[in-house]
Write a protein that binds this ligand. Sequence first.
Ligand SMILES: [Zn+2]
Length: 163
Amino acid sequence: MSTANFTTIRIDSLLDALVEALDAARVNAAADSRWITAIDTGADWLLQQEEISYDFASHALKVSSASRPDHAYVANGACQCEAFAKHSACWHRAAARLIRRALAIELGRTSPFALTAPTAPTAREAIDPSTGLPYEPTQAEAAFARRFISGKTAEEELLECFA
Ligand SMILES: [Zn+2]
């Protein structure tokens, strides 16, 4: 994680999108009670935070350990907690995915450049607020967006995580 570059995000700026992401995640994970528990615990934690630290490039969320206050987990697809080591669902990763999805939802509501922080817009998700139609990025914007997008869409990664 030496290259991580954490940005502070206020939870209240993402609240509506977070609730939407939570609803979708609970539907996607309905068949897996371990992930439902992880998602709910992650969402509870997020909603108790005023601010979070998130790295847009690696989609990592920093979570302070409850049992070891001096220790922080950095969760994206991987985590440093015991549950992850046992190949089990962990709420740190669920919380990281919820934030990633919420950012993608928020991005779809606004134009890709309405957010100050670089997020992961996709042409499919971005909606032009003036027309309500899918947003067509210019070449420069598409190049900008590609810097922050892996091969997969946020939705695909979410489904993978909660599968
Ligand atoms: Zn974890």
